[in-house]
Design a protein around this ligand. Structure first.
Ligand code: TYD
Length: 213
């Protein structure tokens, strides 16, 4: 059955500004008369809140395989209890991170995919829910990490993954470049090194076509 709603995801390294852009995009779409659901991974269901805390609080250090499975568990729960029902109602679902984050962080940056094909597992967790459009907010790992550190200095909480070394975040960034090349129709690279208004305008321009479709 074809979903009536639309699933749009926002991806990028930590500190790329995607959460701000998701919010602005949601407001803009509402202005166009759309019913919009803003959501995120991990942690957008009651069970997901617990999984998010296990993953990111820093209290535990999961082995990479455990980390992968917990992100997928969060996604399966989120897709089936939140995203699919919203799409069935015809909502525009804007999701902060989705499977591309798993490809970039776990499969690539953690090196879990070396010699193993883990993509079927990602598809299993998605349960057929593939984003129609993905915005990759591209900014260098160095700049993004500086933003994260500045936020932390201002009192914002940092996650276990924010604390990873620059080299880890550089691997995440390199992975997003590859993913973007692999899925050129779905994933659009947005230059996130410019000012917030310009980034938003760029996203809106790209969405105009979807609004007509
Ligand atoms: P969050 O505080 O939501 O960060 P951000 O605002 O940058 O999205 O933390 C989510 C973290 O989880 C982030 O570091 C990316 C990571 N992550 C993965 O490693 N794999 C995944 O599949 C997902 C969804 C997120």
């Amino acid at each position: 059955m074809k979903n009536m709603g639309r699933l749009i995801t926002f991806e990028g390294g930590d500190g790329c500004g995607k959460s701000t852009q998701l919010k602005l995009t949601a407001d803009w779409l509402r202005g166009q008369g759309k019913d919009v659901l803003e959501t995120r991974q991990p942690g957008a269901t009651p069970l997901g809140v617990e999984i998010r805390s296990l993953l990111l609080s820093g209290e535990f250090v999961p082995v990479p395989e455990c980390e992968l499975l917990l992100f997928l568990a969060d996604r399966a729960q989120h897709v089936q209890t939140v995203i699919q029902p919203a799409l069935a109602k015809g909502q525009w679902v804007l999701c902060d991170r989705y499977s591309d984050s798993t490809l970039a962080y776990q499969l690539a940056a953690r090196g879990l995919a070396e010699g193993v094909d883990l993509k079927p597992m990602l598809a299993f967790a998605e349960a057929g829910c593939v984003p129609e459009q993905t915005f990759w907010l591209d900014v260098s790992a160095e700049i993004a990490l500086k933003r994260v550190r500045a936020r932390t200095d201002m009192g914002a909480e940092s996650t276990r993954l924010d604390e990873e070394a620059l080299s880890f975040h550089e691997r995440v960034h390199a992975a997003f470049i590859v993913i973007c090349q692999q899925y050129p129709e779905r994933m659009l690279r947005i230059d996130a090194g410019v000012d917030i208004g310009k980034i938003q305008k760029n996203i809106q321009n790209q969405l105009e076509a979807l609004l007509l479709a």
